[in-house]
Design a protein around this ligand. Structure first.
Ligand SMILES: [Zn+2]
Length: 510
């Protein structure tokens, strides 16, 4: 006699991504044991089986976000979220609302002064939030922060990166000073756990069943493992450790893929360059625009974070033991990553992160290199008419950014992620399907694949994740409507009805 299923999802549309359509899925011990028409799955319903009526909803393999920063997602949830604030007054109001009396600092994240007159938040603005407690508001890109008077007095910041007017600090700090503020407000272990729980809750609401988190602090890796141990981790997590942690990871005897069912070691992450927004992505030709008030930067081509020689040394050091993941945005940086990592054993699945500005030659080289191309469809929001890409790079190079169709056609493996801008797979899928360059648009199936199977492949997980198939883990995203039937411009508006990890319903928005 066949053993009954633990749970059966039935009466829906199951998009398996195997090429077959189905209406029902049966799960036992967290694994898919049958996929088929409702009538073909029903015989696995026993007295103890939980039968979930999908009511015509659409069940997909669970979304895997291949590039994220979950503590940041938690910060937006726990502190003031300034991302869509329309003016400084709105920032001040949100900071005042978010002030939690149990904490020393009042914090806000994600402000973008281009929404108002282009002036960063000032000490005066933030003194209006509190003149007793320290207040810090971080700009979206984390390269700029604003502080109130109490915070300026309290912190000992590198003077070069503290902006002043007539010798008086304006409250605006940049680069190294931002990093110093960020470390000063880093939470303790309980706070780190709380940020991850808040980030996890948000991810599950958005239909995400797994994340590849870019880990900059050992405390975060520790907190993930603690959550796993106490049974509080509902997501699957791959930890991509920042290169500064390589010695510690190696000393601890870890290697790529070590870990538990839920938490595994992923890649070691390095940065080749910076960002297009910050004019620090490393380009072959200079930026099209100069930084306002900074004549000297008019012909800048960006800067190296890790130069080509050091990248090659990094590749030699980790190859054979760890997967590498290298952030490279400008065309010159992408060449350097290909030179360092191309031609190595494809089994290592080294990854390039972002790969934004591409020539035809680079598209071909990426496809031939065997590197996993970990890209963020969200970034297409900068490719729109008059957007960031056009102002920084000029029209021609703006069109050469985020060439997902060309990459797929050339045979590259795409893994989609959000980089938290914002975290939201359906938003990303909509961006990929509606890319401003018509020739670069993906079909819904291709975009969903990159956010499921492609991301699973980037994490050596294609044997257990990425499709709804017998033998795979029962990680599903259930949508209230089909992105295949929706208007392309309305995909991001589809509600996530359920998020299922190992057959357990982790978020239920029915
Ligand atoms: Zn990132």
């Amino acid at each position: 006699m066949t053993e009954a299923a633990d749970r059966v999802f039935t009466n829906g549309t199951v998009r398996t991504l195997t090429g077959e359509r189905a209406g029902a899925v049966a799960v036992r011990d967290g694994t898919v044991v049958r996929v088929g028409r409702a009538s073909e799955v029903e015989f696995l319903v026993g007295v103890e089986t939980d039968v979930v009526d999908l009511g015509g909803r659409v069940l997909l393999p669970g979304f895997v976000d291949a590039h994220t920063h979950l503590p940041m997602v938690g910060r937006y949830a726990r502190h003031a979220d300034l991302r869509d604030a329309a003016d400084p007054e709105c920032c001040i109001a949100r900071l005042a609302d978010a002030a939690d009396a149990r904490e020393a600092w009042i914090l806000g994240f994600g402000y973008d002064e281009s929404a108002w007159d282009g002036q960063y938040l000032t000490r005066e603005d933030l003194d209006a939030v509190s003149d007793e407690r320290p207040v810090a508001a971080f700009r979206e890109d984390l390269h700029v922060a604003s502080l109130n008077g109490v915070a300026l007095d309290r912190l000992d910041l590198p003077a070069d990166d503290v902006r002043a007017d007539d010798g008086e600090p304006t409250g605006v700090v940049v680069e190294d000073a931002v990093r110093a503020v960020f470390s000063a407000v880093e939470p303790d272990p309980a706070g780190t756990r709380d940020l991850l729980l808040a980030g996890q809750e948000r991810a599950l609401e958005l239909g995400i069943t797994g994340v590849h988190d870019m880990v900059a602090r050992p405390a975060v890796a520790r907190a993930y493992r603690d959550l796993d141990r106490t049974g509080d981790l509902d997501l699957r997590v791959r930890l991509n450790y920042q290169r500064e942690l390589l010695d510690a990871v190696e000393t601890a005897g870890l290697a790529t893929d070590h870990g538990s069912d839920r938490v595994r070691v992923g890649a070691i992450k390095a940065f080749a360059d910076g960002s297009i927004g910050g004019r620090t992505a490393k380009l072959d030709e200079p930026y099209a625009d100069a930084e306002p008030g900074d004549e000297g930067s008019a012909d800048t081509t960006g800067r190296w974070d890790t130069d080509p020689e050091a990248l090659a040394a990094f590749a030699d050091r980790i190859d054979g033991q760890f997967q590498g993941a290298v952030h490279a945005i400008g065309d010159a940086a992408i060449v350097a990553v290909l030179d360092a990592f191309g031609g190595r054993d494809a089994a290592a699945r080294h990854r390039i992160e972002h790969a934004e500005l591409l020539t035809d030659g680079l598209v071909e080289r990426l496809a031939d290199s065997g590197l996993v191309v970990s890209v963020q469809p969200n970034f297409l929001k900068w490719a729109r008419e008059g957007g960031l890409y056009e102002s920084r790079l000029g029209r021609e190079r703006a069109r050469a950014c985020d060439r997902f169709r060309d990459l797929l056609d050339a045979g590259a493996t795409l893994a989609f992620g959000s980089d938290c801008m914002p975290i939201d797979p359906l938003f990303g899928i909509q961006q990929a399907v509606t890319a401003p360059a018509e020739g670069q648009r993906l079909s819904v199936t291709e975009a969903v694949r990159a956010y499921t199977e492609g991301a699973a492949y980037a994490g050596f997980d294609e044997d257990r994740l990425g499709r709804v198939e017998v033998g795979k883990r029962a990680d599903f995203t259930v949508l209230s409507a089909s992105p295949w039937d929706a208007d392309d411009d309305a995909i991001a508006d589809i509600d996530v009805a359920m998020t299922v990890v190992d057959g357990e319903i982790s978020a239920d928005g029915r």
